[in-house]
Design a protein around this ligand. Structure first.
Ligand code: FAD
Length: 288
């Protein structure tokens, strides 16, 4: 199917993009990699009157480490993250699992974050690693909020009119740390049937000083397993502790039965993947 007609503005700066968004009102949309937006427009699930293309804005294309954070600009592709030596832990683990090579070459991490698809992999990774997002507004304002405040619900973010994401910032741990992203998919390149992101940081005594666990495709939005995270913090890692955290994570999941499997089976996959993910994160942290 063809999309309904729309205007296109190619922005050369963030100020131009936010001004165009503001002028276009609630029917204006950013065009990043187009790997979610264009299919939705062709299926007539979305019919924006104006697309604001941000791909020519040079400052959005950088992937770098600065001030103790990994900064992923708004036009950095999934493939750039997968190929980068700067990515670490759960970020590096998830990148090759997003979609297929064609989609990874065009689609962006930040576009995926903005899209808030509960089956999207990145928001779980960012919830587990405690990332923040950088937002630009039409009046030249800039603000930064935790990823938890951006995700409002399925396909819904908290951006206001005229606002866009310019980057995602993932804190780079200073001490021993590790992370994993385990994804069960029906076939290569598919969305997750179940995805689990894990992140651990250890203090000098080997105790867990920070923990992150988040889930893909088993709740109405990507889900941060806060209760499971809190039982880990301050404790020495052990099989029993990870089993307890995995059980709490499985209890927090809200899977639905569908053609990919029953809710109960998915809950069990969450339990198994959480335990395995924590073990992988621990082993990475101990060798870091
Ligand atoms: C065949 C196929 C398989 C896929 N499989 C997976 C998968 O396994 N896992 C997965 O996570 N994803 C998957 N995807 C989705 C893919 O990762 C998309 O690239 C991603 O969801 C959106 O990024 P994009 O740059 O393409 O954004 P676009 O499609 O350009 O935009 C998506 C939405 O976000 C908004 N947006 C984009 N950038 C910004 C910004 N900077 N500020 C504010 N709003 C913005 C747009 O206005 C639009 O509403 C798949 C897609 C396809 C087509």
């Amino acid at each position: 199917m063809y999309p309904s007609s729309f205007d296109l503005t190619v922005a050369r700066s963030v100020a131009e993009a936010t001004a165009a968004l503001s002028e276009g009102g609630e029917d204006a949309r950013i065009l990043a990699g187009g790997q979610s937006l264009i299919p939705m427009m062709k299926l007539r699930f979305a019919f924006p009157s104006l697309l604001v293309d941000i791909n020519e804005i040079a400052e959005l294309a950088s992937l770098e480490r600065q001030n103790g954070e990994l900064r992923v600009g708004a036009t950095v592709r999934h493939a750039d993250v997968a190929a980068s030596d700067l990515a670490f832990g759960a970020v590096a683990a998830a990148a090759p699992w997003v979609a297929d090579p064609l989609v990874r070459n065009r689609g962006t991490l930040v576009g995926s974050v903005a899209h808030c698809d509960p089956e999207g992999d990145w928001n779980s990774v960012l919830l587990a690693t405690g990332a923040t997002v950088q937002i630009a507004g039409a009046d030249g304002s800039e603000r930064s909020i935790p990823i938890t405040e951006l995700i409002v619900g399925p396909f819904t973010n908290s951006l206001g009119e005229g606002e866009m994401l310019t980057a995602v910032h993932v804190p780079v741990p200073s001490g021993a740390s590790g992370g994993a992203y385990l994804k069960l998919e029906r076939k290569v390149g598919d969305y997750a049937t179940v995805g689990v992101a894990t992140h651990l940081e250890l203090d000098e005594d080997g105790r867990i000083s920070s923990a992150g666990i988040a889930l893909t495709s088993v709740a109405p939005s990507n889900l941060k397993a806060t209760e499971a995270e809190s039982v880990l913090i301050g404790e020495s890692p052990s099989g029993e502790l990870f089993a307890e955290a995995a059980s709490l994570t499985a209890d927090a999941a809200e899977p639905r039965s569908d053609i990919r499997g029953t809710a109960e089976w998915k809950r069990n996959v969450v339990r198994v993947y959480t335990r395995r993910g924590l073990e992988q994160a621990l082993s990475q942290a101990r060798s870091s």
